[in-house]
Design a protein around this ligand. Structure first.
Ligand code: SAM
Ligand code: SF4
Ligand code: F3S
Length: 454
């Protein structure tokens, strides 16, 4: 049987990246699909989508149409049937059949909690009929139905928690990913042990609110994220651990204290705040104040002075005044973040914020975003420059995009580093002396005089 080819395009967050990797594992095991980079060669084209902001959704439909037009000529001959188009992920979850209405050539629609049924859906399609839409949010035994995860490279991400119960006024995630739920402890440990056997040194635990993790082990003992991390650290071969994304309302002292005493835990904390104004945080329904956020940042820095703090911001949330926005800028000055993602508020269907009065005009949102990003970028650059002269333990991921004998990797604080070096270092943790701090990365040189680093 000739090998079948799968082209998959992923939008959105790291949880979607993880799902994409699992879809590839699944379809390889069930139908012998091999991933390809060129959509013209593919027998199955999958879009794994994101619904978080309006732009992400628009991109999906324009990309779908573009790819459809592009691949059709390659499939005109009678012995080359047209590829199957499938749409999965969070837009599929939110829009279901509507996708088929807007793009009638789509034959499969599936959500983040139903992708394990893809093999059965493909078989059903082969028997005739369609389009097929499976987009429930009931978390059933998705993980039990998946083959063992495979992966290359020294960094492995593993989903430990899915969904969200927080219902922030602006956010679609509780509707697209469903209720918060946590994977059982041993299931996670087995997946991590498998990835370590395949060469992973660094494990990234993923969850929409990863620090809301509440899983059980085989004996029924409840584990929070801190305890889960301690169990992961006991696995032989796990050199580094990190986790994203945390919510300020789910912080615990145990989690903070671990940064002082667990050597495998990377000094990096992604803690989104969204706004520096208590009034706006309350309108957003975030369940924390600026003061509680600052107190956690202070505790983290006390436990681990070198910790990199990252965050997310939304500007132009309904009712945000100039004074609220100034509070956000003041917070940025006070914390001096190492890294941050920032967005204009995007009204999303079905969320409370969509119909709130006092929507901020788009041009005001855009202007505020530019000011905020300038401030965030200035801090990021300054903090990157502050690394110059240090020797950082860099986990080498591969050749740098620009080539030229350069490698790329990440420091424990998740800063990207480029340095000259040969392929023999790929997949290892090596000491790199930092020579330059740039806006989005560092440059350095291998420091072979340093001892082994983590
Ligand atoms: N659970 C995480 C938390 O609460 O911080 C964030 C998850 S969300 C996938 C990632 C980021 O997207 C959020 O932190 C927020 O900044 C941004 N985001 C979510 N909904 C948005 C919206 N309607 N408009 C603009 N940005 C949004
Ligand atoms: Fe969305 Fe809020 Fe849940 Fe984060 S905590 S995923 S922003 S609803
Ligand atoms: Fe997007 Fe869904 Fe992630 S909406 S950000 S892909 S959880």
């Amino acid at each position: 049987m000739p090998l079948k080819k799968l082209f998959i395009k992923t939008f959105g967050c790291q949880m979607n990246d993880y799902d994409t990797a699992r879809i590839i594992d699944l379809l390889r095991a069930s139908h012998g699909y091999l991933p390809v980079d060129a959509p013209e060669q593919a027998d199955l084209i999958v879009f794994n989508t994101c619904h978080i902001r309006e732009k992400a959704e628009e991109k999906l439909f324009s990309e779908l149409g573009r790819l459809y037009k592009m691949v059709l000529p390659a499939h005109r001959s009678p012995n080359r049937p047209p590829p199957i188009f499938a749409v999965g992920g969070c837009v599929a979850q939110a829009s279901g059949q509507e996708i088929v209405r807007r793009a009638p050539f789509v034959q499969l629609v599936f959500g983040p909690q139903t992708y394990h049924r893809l093999p059965a859906m493909l078989d059903q399609l082969a028997r005739g009929g369609g389009p097929i839409c499976a987009a429930e949010v009931v978390p059933d035994s998705k993980f039990d139905a998946l083959p063992p995860s495979r992966g290359e490279g020294p960094m492995a991400s593993v989903t430990v928690q899915e969904g969200c119960n927080k219902f922030c006024a602006f956010c679609v995630v509780p509707y697209t990913r469903g209720q918060e739920w946590s994977r059982p402890v041993e299931e996670i440990l087995d997946e991590i042990a498998g990835r370590v056997r395949q060469g992973a040194l660094e494990i990234q635990l993923l969850g929409q609110n990863v620090n809301a993790y509440q899983g059980l082990d085989r004996s029924g003992l409840p584990h929070d994220l801190a305890l889960l991390i301690r169990r992961v650290a006991l696995l032989p071969g796990v050199e580094r651990i990190r986790f994203v994304t945390s919510h300020p309302a789910d912080m615990t002292d145990e989690l903070v204290e671990m940064f002082a005493d667990l050597p495998q835990l990377c000094p990096y904390f992604h803690l989104p705040i969204q706004s520096g104004s208590d009034r706006i945080l309350a309108q957003m329904g975030r369940g924390h104040t600026v003061a509680t956020y600052l107190a956690w940042v202070q505790s983290l820095r006390q436990a681990c002075p070198d910790i990199a703090i990252a965050s997310d911001f939304i500007v132009g949330f309904p009712g945000e005044t100039e004074a609220d926005f100034q509070d956000t800028l003041a917070l940025v000055e006070q914390v001096s973040f190492d890294h941050a993602y920032s967005f204009c508020f995007s009204p999303r269907p079905g969320t409370r914020a969509e119909s709130m009065p006092e929507q901020v005009p788009p041009e005001v949102r855009t202007a505020r975003l530019a000011i905020l990003q300038e401030a965030l970028n200035a801090h990021q650059l300054r903090r990157n420059q502050g690394r110059v002269g240090r020797v950082e333990a860099v986990l080498v991921e591969g050749p740098a995009k620009k080539g030229l004998g350069e490698l790329t990797g990440r420091t424990p604080g998740f800063r990207k580093v480029h340095f000259p070096g040969g392929a023999e270092w790929i997949g290892q943790i090596v000491p790199v002396r930092i020579t330059e701090g740039l806006p989005n990365s560092l440059r350095g040189i291998l420091d072979q005089t340093s001892r082994r680093v983590r």
